[in-house]
Design a protein around this ligand. Sequence first.
Ligand code: PMP
Length: 427
Amino acid sequence: MTNHELFQRAQQLMPGGVNSPVRAFKSVGGEPFFTARADGAYLWDVEGKRYIDYVGSWGPMIVGHNHPQVREAVQRAVLDGLSFGTPCPAEVTMAETIVKLVPSVDMVRMVNSGTEATMSAIRLARGATGRSKIVKFEGCYHGHGDSFLVKAGSGALTFGVPTSPGVPKANADLTLTLPYNDLAAAQALFAEHGGDIAGLIIEPVAGNMNCIPPKEGYLQGLRELCTCHGALLIFDEVMTGFRVALGGAQALYGITPDLTTFGKVIGGGMPVGAYGGRRDLMEQIAPAGPIYQAGTLSGNPVAMAAGLAMLELVQAPGFYDTLAARTRLLTDGLQAVADGEGVPFSTNRVGGMFGLFFTHEKVNSYAQATSADTAMFNRFFHAMLEHGVYLAPSAFEAGFLSSAHGDEDLAATLDAARIAMRLAKAS
Ligand code: PMP
């Protein structure tokens, strides 16, 4: 069966032919390929074509696909059963590992996705503060919970409006939105609404409007605002946790959030999420406290085994230095290729995460990210794909490296980019 045949069938059976929208290539045009297998830095589609993969299942495959240690841990766990519905030892080890690696986390609750983690964290923020408003940032994504599918209304400091039918306006009214990397806007919002705000949730390095790092002092400024107004600071580290540094973005920038959400990366490829933070807050979660949150498959023994094996691997000395150095080689290399071709281009990178922008400007805001040339990106994307390099199929997604990406992969990527930049330029 070819990619095209599978997509034809899939479209009859699943909305848009996929189980998660961005996979459908709607933003870049064309049809997605269907992966038959993955190993190391590569995906192979059902037609046998190999791709160097810079998506890494949207982040979790930080040690590469199908890593033998992760696979063997899963195989061992499976022999003992798939799900117990009782506590299991691996959950305790997982909690100990997260608490050890992320200093702001005293206690943690495992869930099954990033969406669940963020929804639970804001329930906790609301329950603990007795307030109902939350603050989020334009261009940041926190999963598909009703409170998060909200964009800024007209005017700088207005209440949010739903971005999806099905999100009640009454719900969106409780979400205040701000521009990312603009501390003055946050100060103004808190001056007006501070007493009503339960929590502020942010991707400490934005990864859902491409990759945009925080400006110097920005996260610290938000920390101070939240402390001053009695609102909880929630770092959504679903993407950045164990990705930009072993302790996540909070370790990299030296900020202590009240709550942190995790996902993807701690599952090693299995469906896992988590939220955690200050003990006095986490002790308010059921059954220790009155704030309800539960999950039949949460802490699943097979998922815990995969995540623990992966977390073991990333603790190897120098793991993150090497990952960051390779990411730098990639982004510097792409910049040199673009400069050589006279293509307007800039990059961002933090640890093993990167962003590519078809613009001369250094991008540090949502407005700049959305004004980069997406048509050029789309041409670049397709030319790279043609030459066996898979980038995220949208100009507004971050890219990811894994420890399996070797020198020859980077060299092959830059070779493809030489051709792709030329094609991107010619409209
Ligand atoms: N938060 C962030 C920062 C994310 O990037 C994502 C997913 N891309 C989510 C939350 C939602 O996670 P999931 O898709 O596992 O529900």
